[in-house]
Design a binder for this molecule. Structure first.
Ligand SMILES: O=C(CO)COP(=O)(O)O
Length: 254
């Protein structure tokens, strides 16, 4: 059956030392927790990656990921970081298609399809983010938006490649706003995503895909969200910057 994952997305927060302290606390705190969460992933800025993978070496449960990767293997792209470089420091995951990348850096489904290929070619697992804006939800086009994000971003993959993905549903209106999707709203979209995957591949691929919820997930609402049939964990922004809150979310699975 599919893996239950809680992932933190630190975004552009924490200096080097702050990141190391937070990660060490998280490692210690999740070590002994009895929880249904099978894997904890921390997606840090690039500057932390190497040190975090080093710290995580002894941990069976905690992995490290990046928040973006360039679509090219290498080359004259000043300021960018490649999937191969991310792999070389021991990271396991890369977030792709976060709404902040789509919004502020103009990342399109077409570009994200290329990034997905490059990340997979380097033996890293994409956490592929999709989700509608408030305007799209209010105009009742959210199902179509999700459908095309999947179709254009990742459905070019064959079933074996697709099986390496984690999907994250993050409604843009819930990110950093304190407004969480209700568990019913989130479950409705997660079930829709799984149905789309089953239609494209087959039911066994759909049943094996981890689909995370992200958007103002916190220790208070995590248990109810994670109890939904098609919600397999969370992608946590703000609350991942506090070791106690993040660990409480990790514990929310039972
Ligand atoms: O964007 C997110 C995770 O990728 C969610 O952010 P918040 O948890 O801060 O709403």
């Amino acid at each position: 059956m599919r893996k239950k994952i809680v992932a933190g997305n630190w975004k552009m927060n924490l200096d080097y030392n702050e990141g190391l302290s937070l990660f060490s606390e998280v490692l210690n705190m999740v070590k002994d927790e009895a929880t249904g969460t099978q894997e904890v992933v921390v997606c840090s800025p690039f500057i932390h990656l190497h040190s975090l993978t080093h710290l995580a070496k002894g941990s069976a449960k905690v992995s490290v990921g990046a928040q973006n990767a360039h679509q090219a293997e290498s080359g004259a792209y000043t300021g960018e970081v490649s999937a191969k470089q991310i792999k070389s420091v021991g990271a396991a995951y890369v977030i792709l298609g976060h709404s902040e990348r789509r919004q502020y850096f103009g990342e399109t489904n077409e570009l994200l399809a290329k990034k997905t290929d490059t990340v997979l070619a380097n033996d890293l697992k994409p956490i592929f983010c999709i989700g509608e804006t408030l305007q799209q939800r209010e105009s009742n086009t959210h199902f179509e938006v999700i459908k095309s994000q999947l179709a254009e971003g990742v459905f070019h993959l064959d079933a074996a490649q697709f099986s390496k993905l984690v999907i994250a549903y993050e409604p843009v209106w819930a990110i950093g706003t304190g407004v969480t999707a209700t568990s019913a709203q989130a479950q409705e979209i997660h079930a829709f995503i799984r149905k789309e995957i089953a239609a494209k591949y087959d039911q066994s691929v759909a049943d094996a895909t981890t689909i995370l919820y992200g958007g103002s997930c916190n220790p208070k609402n995590a248990a109810e969200l994670f109890a939904q049939a098609d919600i397999d964990g969370g992608l946590i922004g703000g609350a991942s910057l506090k070791s106690r809150d993040f660990t409480d979310i990790v514990k929310a699975f039972n």
